[in-house]
Design a protein around this ligand. Structure first.
Ligand code: PEP
Ligand code: MN
Length: 337
């Protein structure tokens, strides 16, 4: 429920109403604006119906939040959320470029790939130390050793680090090293993991599940926000369809759709979204053109030798070319690179 206070309502008026909301066991939100203060009440419909603020002298209007996802919806929070990831940020005017290898393999490979990403203009470094692989025989990641490598390389190149956490027991460890926690497609609805990650208060890059609807994604983000963390970046990374020419079908219509429904930043992963090296740059341009707030791209110093996802990883020169070609599309969408 959205409660708009009258012009001139004081903080004390707001606190009185917030107290009544909380007394019912509901979640309360205080959203002071330039012109008006807006309050939110979230919880079971049955309990919300017991609140009667319509006749309160300091209340201008009361409206229900129609969206199923409340905290992540634009209805409740009309302005774009900006999420800081170390010194970088996403959701404001600046288009975020995250580059790096699929997996952390060795110190040398990570440093060389990160250097290539940085030289091309990436603002943050990606790389998996904990991997969720389709096959149990595929490389599963270096674990803590990989985190140490990532942290050292990130420090050396002054790049914030985005890395995946795959299980609840690793959340605190990963949070000690990472600037942002990535929750992978296979874990999008691992609700205990979402809530445990949320509690670290680190930014969370939440990838869309490969068989998840946009509603599923937004409700997964709602779990994170309900656990008290609003530093969420949503990531469209392609979904499973009957198409086999590409690894996944990159659903770019999700970008403007989510931007209309939610205040959270949205980035696109054209690497997993296509699985095909040659398609990564065109889809990155398309992502920028349709209003994405950034991209997440796999770059490897030597993709032919990569331990995971080599076929979709870009050579350093190709990544440089990608970033160069992005600018007109980013600018056409009203952002800067
Ligand atoms: C990744 O980014 O390396 C990854 C495993 O992605 P996804 O969870 O989208 O498959
Ligand atoms: Mn990968």
């Amino acid at each position: 429920m959205i409660i708009v206070l009258k012009r001139g309502a004081t903080k004390a008026d707001a606190d009185l109403i917030l107290g009544k909301i909380e007394a019912k066991g509901l979640k309360s939100l205080y959203l002071p604006g330039v012109e008006r203060t807006v309050l939110g009440a979230i919880g079971a419909e049955r309990v919300l119906a017991q609140l009667s603020f319509e006749s309160h002298p300091m209340v201008e209007s009361v409206e229900p939040v129609l969206a199923e996802y409340k905290l992540v919806s634009r209805e409740l929070h009309p302005h774009d959320t900006v999420v800081a990831i170390g010194a970088a940020s996403v959701g404001a005017e600046r288009f975020l470029v995250v580059g790096g290898p699929c997996s952390v393999e060795t110190r040398e490979q990570t440093l060389a790939s990160a250097r290539a990403a940085k030289e091309a203009g990436a603002h943050a470094l990606r790389g998996g130390a904990y991997k969720q692989r389709t096959s149990p025989y595929a490389f599963q990641g270096l674990g803590v050793e990989g985190l140490e490598i990532l942290r050292d390389v990130g420090r050396e190149l002054e790049l914030p680090i985005v890395t995946e956490v795959v299980e609840v027991g690793d959340v605190d460890t990963v949070a000690r090293y990472a600037d942002a926690l990535q929750i992978g497609a296979r874990n999008m609805q691992n609700f205990p993991l979402l809530m445990a990650s949320a509690r670290t208060n680190k930014p969370i890059l939440l990838k869309r599940g490969m068989a998840a609807t946009i509603r599923d994604l937004l409700l997964a983000a709602e779990y994170i926000m309900d656990a008290g963390n609003d530093r969420i970046v949503l990531c469209e990374r392609g979904i499973r369809t009957f198409e086999t020419a590409t690894r996944n079908t990159l659903d770019l219509s999700a970008v403007p759709y989510i931007k209309q429904k939610s205040h959270l930043p949205v980035v696109v992963d054209p690497s997993h979204g296509t699985g095909v090296r040659e398609l990564v740059a065109p889809m990155a341009r398309a992502a920028a053109a349709c209003g994405a707030d950034g991209i997440l791209v796999e770059v490897h110093e030597n993709p032919a030798e990569a331990w995971s996802d080599g076929a979709q990883s870009l050579y350093p020169e190709a990544f440089k070319e990608l970033v160069r070609g992005l600018r007109p599309f980013v600018e056409a969408a009203g952002k800067t690179l």
